[in-house]
Design a protein around this ligand. Structure first.
Ligand code: SAH
Length: 349
């Protein structure tokens, strides 16, 4: 029998599970509250459920929680990187960023990634597996528990392509925003994608008002293909209308992420083309100075080049910000902490 992942279930599914165990459905509601509002790590803490029921649950549906393998704290800005161990021995990473408007957690959606973006450390070992909804939720829950601080924003921008793990992602968003759980509002949840067009359209139709961030990284298909293999599958002529559709259905302004790679996509002509490309869209551009990883020889653009790129976009009246680099001193870029951990583990074995 396949084990039921109880922390990935909606409240009504827990009611059904309880009913199937001969319990009253309201026990399912209590269970949901323990799992997602109080977010406790064990059945032992669920004091309004009988000893007997807790024991039965323990036997039937063992609760797997993420284990902390490593935490690194930035001396510069207090950003924390967490390396979590999963029940099957895989590791993932999550980041806690402390802003004046509240705490934001960046979570992983997969173990590894198969999208192959050239500058990204997360994709180097390929995709190992999808994360379940509960493993995504637990990244938020455990960080709240460990810090004792509330998380108000969640961004799905860690390792993995969230739209390549679509069903679990949607489940994750619905449970995270459930008013009987953490009640994190849709507008405080951002999902970042490399641009899987049919899934963007599907997400637009889910009735979730979450923010969509699209990893653009280039002003035309030719340059985009050099950096992102997914661009061979979907051209900008398909990606941008999907973003427009997302905006129309949700009313949420699109964020375009643009990682500036020295000498590759950071010229004045790139900026002009980019402005041209997105000028009709209700959007915002987030410039990310590329975080060099040791496996590739991409370099960061100079400060002046970055400033000029931003100015050019502004001249065309594009909303643009330069992403503040958080935790530079602690393996800042996507997937670097996990990567260096795996490298070390490999050397030891
Ligand atoms: N798969 C999702 C989430 C990935 S990570 C996506 O593609 O959007 C979030 C963002 O960080 C993406 O825009 C990704 O392209 C970018 N990114 C990854 N590695 C980076 C690096 N080394 N430097 C700068 N940006 C990077």
């Amino acid at each position: 029998m396949e084990e039921l992942d109880i922390k990935s279930l909606y409240e009504r599914e827990l009611e059904e599970t309880m009913a199937a165990m001969g319990e009253k459905p309201f026990k399912g509601r209590q269970l949901f509250e323990w799992l997602h509002k109080k977010a406790v790590g064990s059945y032992g803490q669920m004091t309004n459920l009988s000893q007997k029921l807790r024991q039965q649950l323990e036997e039937k549906y063992p609760l797997a929680c993420l284990e902390v393998v490593d935490v690194e704290t930035s001396a510069i800005d207090g950003t924390q990187k967490y390396l979590f161990g999963l029940a099957d021995g895989n590791v993932i990473e999550s980041v806690l960023m402390r802003y004046h408007h509240g705490n934001s957690v960046c979570i992983s959606s997969q173990v590894g990634c198969r999208m192959g973006c050239r500058f990204c450390a997360s994709t180097i070992g390929g995709l190992i597996r999808n994360l379940t909804a509960s493993e995504m939720l637990d990244q938020v829950y455990r960080i709240q528990e460990l810090t004792g601080e509330r998380v108000s924003n969640v961004v799905v921008m860690g390792t993995g392509e969230p739209l390549d793990n679509y069903d679990n992602l949607v489940r994750f968003v619905r449970i995270l925003s459930d008013e009987k759980g953490q009640n994190i509002s849709h507008r405080n949840i951002t999902v970042s994608t490399c641009g899987i067009v049919p899934r963007i359209r599907q997400l637009a139709d889910e009735g979730l008002g979450i923010t969509l961030a699209l990893s653009l990284h280039a002003p035309n298909d030719e340059k985009r293909r050099e950096l992102m293999p997914i661009a061979n599958r979907y051209s900008l002529e398909e990606v941008l209308p999907a973003c427009q559709y997302y905006f129309e259905k949700t009313g949420r302004r699109i964020t375009f992420e643009y990682s500036l790679v020295g000498g590759k996509n950071d010229g004045q002509e790139d900026a002009r083309q980019l402005a041209d490309l997105i000028s009709g869209l209700n959007c915002h551009v987030n410039l990310i100075p590329v975080n060099p990883i040791k496996e590739r020889d991409y370099v960061q653009s100079g400060k002046k080049v970055i400033g000029n790129f931003k100015n050019k976009l502004e001249k065309y009246r594009i909303n643009v910000t330069i992403r503040r680099e958080m935790g530079r001193d602690i393996n800042g870029a996507c997937g670097q902490l996990r990567r260096s951990y795996l490298d070390k583990r490999e050397k030891l074995s």
